[in-house]
Design a binder for this molecule. Structure first.
Ligand code: HEC
Ligand code: HEC
Length: 380
């Protein structure tokens, strides 16, 4: 009865099947962000979308969020390290599935999406308009002040910091809508869940072999865990972290220090949730020596669209990533605790299988491509 169906797909062990099923179902359920009173509000999404494309939020009037995160390129600029007014130290991540993150930025220096959105507005290498400049713009521009009133229910007031943070919250309401669609992997995973052999057979044999490596010998799923393919935490994946000769990126270690100094966290006055229901992670975060050189485990959905890879864009293709994990220098990795990453010594075919699997995590018809600049239409 089962003849003609690719054999490798049929003989997963119970343990393999259990591990594969954990990467779904997709999309997961989601709730509004309690720290952001306009999360999920359409008027805020519209304001956020307009702000995203507005170069007036930069000191030079020439850089917008879309400069480094163009939607028609999967929200990333394709550069190893991004360039605003000047070149920054890190690669611009894509902006998919942000609503499922616990921490933001490669170093997790922000504990909310809205605080993350403020970072480029504060950094003069990126946009640098700052709280005063941003608040003046909103108060003086008819469209933006009207959009603000619709989103927040009041006219922009005199408190610059308040308006500034609210812009981050409107941007967050917009970016939360960017959840990736279904992929060939999801169809396979759901077919596996309902024992649908014909549905399973549509998945390429190379991807099945790559998936097996991913959840098995490669141990990739230890960190790239769950439906979004990230455990949301930080690790050292053996990627060199020199920025320039003699200057290193401290990664998570620096991120925790920035988080503690920031006024824009869940512990501060801008959290809209009086209960502080999501603030425990920030309250109890500890600074450890091993955080040095750790970076956030990126989610892997739509990964085929977001080259180059790693925190400073040091790997150009997914084949380079497979090669990296295959030849990793174990001496360079942190020694402490149980060693999770090992040099895998994969054959050329196994590396190709891993890439074939990673490619099936990408949407066939990405929706983000239709997101465009709304222009001055927030308050038509
Ligand atoms: C100069 C290029 C540049 C500009 C302009 C820029 N970004 Fe980014 N963005 C980056 C880089 C680089 C990172 C990674 C930062 C880090 O980890 O330190 C990033 C990270 C992010 C993240 C975190 C994603 C994640 O997975 O944690 C979000 C959200 C984001 N940017 C949104 C925005 C918004 C909104 C704007 C406009 C207000 C913006 N960015 C402007 C380059 C840019
Ligand atoms: C110990 C945790 C850990 C394990 C195990 C692990 N990764 Fe990663 N992965 C990371 C971290 C952390 C990064 C980001 C590293 C950096 O930028 O310095 C990353 C980055 C990546 C990226 C680049 C994503 C992007 O958007 O830049 C891909 C692809 C990837 N890993 C695939 C894999 C595969 C395939 C395996 C198994 C062979 C694997 N990972 C095993 C933690 C891990």
């Amino acid at each position: 009865m089962l003849s003609g169906i690719a054999a490798p797909a049929l003989d997963f062990t119970t343990e393999e099947k259990r591990r594969i099923l954990r990467h779904g179902p997709w999309p997961p359920a989601s709730l509004p962000d309690p720290s952001n009173r306009v999360s999920g509000k359409p008027a805020a999404m519209a304001l956020g979308q307009a702000l995203f494309f507005d170069p007036r939020l930069s000191l030079s009037g020439t850089v917008s969020c879309a400069t480094c995160h163009p939607p028609d390129r999967a929200w990333t600029d394709g550069l190893p390290r991004s360039r605003g007014h000047r070149t920054v130290d890190r690669n611009a991540p894509s902006l998919f599935n942000l609503r499922f993150n616990r921490w933001f930025g490669w170093d997790g220096a922000q504990d909310t999406l809205w605080a993350q959105n403020l970072r480029p507005l504060l950094d003069s290498r990126e946009m640098g308009v700052g709280p005063g400049g941003a608040a003046r713009l909103v108060r003086s521009d008819r469209q933006l002040s009207c959009g603000y009133r619709r989103a927040f229910g009041v006219a922009p007031g005199a408190d610059d910091a308040r308006i500034f943070v609210d812009l981050g919250k409107a941007l967050a309401a917009f970016l939360e809508t960017q959840v990736t669609g279904r992929t060939p992997f999801d169809d396979f995973r759901d077919a596996l869940a309902r024992n649908d052999a014909a549905g399973r057979a549509r998945y390429p044999a190379a991807a099945v072999r790559g998936l097996r490596l991913f959840v098995g010998r490669g141990n990739c799923a230890f960190c790239h865990f769950g439906p979004a393919f990230t455990n949301g935490e930080f690790a050292d994946a053996g990627v060199p972290h020199f920025v320039d000769p003699g200057r290193v990126d401290p990664g998570r270690h620096g991120g925790i220090r920035k988080l503690r100094r920031s006024p824009y966290t869940l512990l501060g006055r801008f959290n809209d949730d009086a209960e502080r229901s999501t603030a425990a992670k920030t309250r109890y975060v500890r600074l450890l020596q091993r955080n040095f050189g750790e970076f956030r485990v990126p989610g892997l959905r739509n990964v085929a669209l977001t080259a180059p890879y790693m925190h400073a864009g040091s790997l150009e293709t997914l084949a380079d990533v497979a090669h990296h994990y295959s030849t990793i220098d174990e001496e360079r990795l942190h020694a402490g605790g149980e060693r999770i990453l090992r040099r895998l010594d994969l054959s050329a075919r196994e590396q190709a299988d891993l890439v074939a699997f990673l490619e099936t995590l990408t949407e066939k018809e990405p929706l983000h491509e239709s997101v465009t600049k709304t222009g001055n239409t927030v308050c038509r």
